[in-house]
Design a protein around this ligand. Sequence first.
Ligand code: ADE
Length: 269
Amino acid sequence: MTFDIITIFPSFFASVFEHGVFKRARAVGQLEIRVHDLRDFTDDRHRTVDDRPFGGGPGMVLKPEPLFLAVEDLNAGSGAKAFPVVLLSPQGRLFRQEVAEELAGHDRVAMICGRYEGVDERVAQALVTDEISIGDYVLAGGELAAAVVIESVARLLPGVLGNEESPRQESFSLPSGADLKPEAVAAIPGAPPGGRGLLDFPQYTRPPEYRGLTVPEVLLSGNHEEIRRWRRRESIAKTWRRRPELLQQVVLDQDDLEVLEDLQRGEPD
Ligand code: ADE
């Protein structure tokens, strides 16, 4: 899969892609990242990429011409085959695991890193096919967001995490093991039956005691059924406390409902 990143800070990415999942995905030939300097698509002496907003107001807006030229240049190199052009901005649709899945289905994705007070709206109107926000907070630009999106997609590509399973199976069979309700699954384009809905249970490793902090006894017991039940209970409890809205999309069995009732009654889990 190829990502073309269009940015005014190409050196921002100098080391990010040399580590971890990025490095591995590139080493196994699943990922190629090309970074393009937006200023290369300007034609004035100052390599100007921004200008003041019409109508007044603070800050600067990224001009349309260099962005259109940069994307057209990518198209020229691709034999006119269509690919998504994503603008990273706080106005985009919220990035979630399903969106990562969706992007992982493409051979090539272009990403425009927004900057300053914004990007000329004609870019969103006529150039971009998708606008993505990585969360409800404002960054100074889209560079970090692009790295976040690419890492979450790269780990889904076959062979990157050391298994040959398809990305979709991998991400939809996480250890919390929750199934999404059929209606919720139907709402996710291309999603298979079953899915992730709960936050992960807590993990521990050696030593079993550190500074007086102990590992829950059950995890040392070797009783796999007890461990499975404990993990499920912990997942439900953590989800209920931190992200209760996620529970509405999860298929809960009788045991799960009892766990929830205990939590609602304030009983220790
Ligand atoms: N650029 C600035 N803030 C952003 C956000 N939250 N997500 C994506 N791109 C951004």
